[in-house]
Write a protein that binds this ligand. Structure first.
Ligand code: FCB
Length: 480
């Protein structure tokens, strides 16, 4: 897949997605807002914020943590747009209690964070690093002490470098090591930590890390796609089995970056449809189908030749207690015979609304993916595990009066309400993210937080959106 010189972030994540279900305006921008009948969320709706270890923790060499693929990737000149790194990030390894206080201060029910595999197992396998696990025990306890439900993601793109050097997700063995890691986590934390998200946006890690080279491990090899996709699905199945074997009282789910894939319009629209269907297969269905149906879409046959072994699809197909859906924007796609997979990202239709960063805004895409999951996969319980928007690209301070973020959240939550009215079983919403953090290849130039952080002093300052989100979480009522 070629990015037409635009990065993933500028596009709001490349991704693919469902055939546009009547919403795909090929020829022009369409009405993007949903108008739910009610603006009231149920009392038991879960309100939270989401984060990831590598983007927040810092403390990379502390308490025996081993390096991850992102530690290696961020050091290569040119990989991180502002030349920064995540060695401090939001300093959350040390300042987790401040994070918890901010979450409690906003009246939220839940916090989604990720566990760094290489803190728990510094080389990815073998000896357990108790000091690393202790950090997560402390975080979980601090959250529970404030009545905040912890949701832990086991893999948010930071594979231990030791495993990458042995082959990483290309190799089947990594799936087995992932299950071992899940076992270690549940043995130590399972008595208090009840909610698990197995993988975060595995499609992004597979495509951007292994084909486009824009994220760790920085590889550019289309041939890796099939093995990486399958071994992540397999590892996910094995990890779910390991968690369930460890305890019977857990809520286990996984998080995907679902994106509607819409063909770019114009004279080549028919051909672009082939490309958008291709992207849909590898971005959405290649993860949803093995989990919910124990199959792969036909379009994946070519990529998966010789990779899937007998019995594997019975392992990838596991009952989950919820599906996590991350949504930022739809993808527009065109056929390009010279691009990997003949798939290239296109600009959204003329007249489409863009946010300050230049990413496409389209709440109808969120409705679309939620409704698709309901119809195609027997209506699982859904948590929106990420959604949010960034300030304009900048090295400067954050915008504290972030009315644009409030509008973005409000419009996407209207889509959530409309999806619930259409029968989608959406039970929670986690805003991305609590504090402006290390935004992967964009460094600190893209800020998604409800709270700003001065990187020199570490001082954290809530933005207007923090108060807005608090009022929403407390009342359950979405303002007009
Ligand atoms: C998602 C990632 C998350 C963050 C947001 C903005 O794709 O899961 O870590 O980068 O985008």
């Amino acid at each position: 897949m070629e990015q037409s010189g635009v990065s993933r972030r500028a596009l709001g994540a490349l991704a693919l997605g469902g055939a546009a279900m009547g919403l795909s305006g090929c020829e022009g921008a369409h009405d993007t807002d949903l108008n739910p009948k009610s603006r009231q969320f149920p009392k038991d709706f879960t309100w939270g914020v989401a984060s990831a270890a590598f983007q927040t923790e810092g403390a990379q060499d502390v308490d025996g943590r081993g390096p991850s693929v992102w530690d290696v990737f961020e050091k290569v000149p040119g990989h991180i747009k502002d030349g920064s790194d995540a060695t401090v990030a939001t300093d959350s390894y040390r300042r987790y209690q401040d994070d918890v206080d901010l979450i409690a201060g906003a009246g939220l029910d839940a916090y989604r964070f990720s566990i760094s595999w290489s803190r728990v197992l510094p080389s990815g396998e073998g000896a357990v690093n108790v000091a690393g696990l202790d950090h997560y025990a402390r975080l979980v306890e601090a959250l529970l002490a404030k009545d905040i439900e912890p949701y832990a993601t086991l893999f948010h793109w930071d594979l231990p470098q030791g495993l990458q050097e042995k082959g990483g997700w290309k190799d089947r063995d990594t799936a087995l090591r992932f299950a071992d890691y899940a076992r270690v986590v549940v043995d130590r934390l399972g008595d208090r930590l009840k909610n698990y998200i197995i993988l975060n946006e595995a499609a992004v890690h597979a495509v951007f890390g292994h084909v486009l080279g824009e994220g760790a491990p920085g590889l550019k090899d289309e041939a890796l796609l099939g093995p990486v996709i399958h071994h992540m699905n397999l590892g996910q199945g094995l990890a779910i089995q390991a968690l369930r074997a460890g305890r019977s009282d857990l809520q286990v789910g996984t998080t995907m970056a679902l994106q509607p894939c819409r063909p770019a319009g114009g004279p080549w629209a028919i051909w672009n449809r082939l490309a958008s269907d291709g992207l849909d297969a590898l971005w959405n269905k290649a993860w949803l189908d093995p989990l919910f149906k124990g199959t792969y879409p036909k379009d994946m046959d070519e990529f998966l030749k010789g990779v899937v072994q007998d019995g594997d699809l019975a392992i990838t197909r596991q009952p989950v207690d919820f599906l996590g859906v991350n949504y930022y924007a739809p993808a527009y796609v065109r056929l390009d015979l010279n691009a990997p997979g003949k798939i290239a990202v296109a600009a959204p239709p003329k007249g489409s609304e863009l946010d300050a960063f230049g990413r496409h805004i389209d709440p109808s895409g969120l409705f679309e993916v939620l409704d698709r999951v309901r119809r195609a996969y027997a209506s699982p319980k859904i948590l929106v595990t990420e959604n949010g928007c960034s300030d304009a690209f900048s090295n400067g301070p954050a915008v504290l009066n972030d009315q644009f973020r409030i509008a973005y959240l409000r419009r996407h939550l209207q889509a959530v309400l409309a999806a619930r009215e259409a029968g989608c079983d959406v039970r929670g919403y986690f805003e991305w993210t609590l504090i402006d953090n290390f935004e992967w290849d964009l460094g600190y130039t893209s800020k998604f937080g409800l709270v700003a952080m001065d990187r020199k002093t570490g001082v954290r300052t809530p933005k207007a959106s923090y108060a807005w989100f608090k009022a929403l979480a407390e009342s359950g009522r979405l303002p007009v």
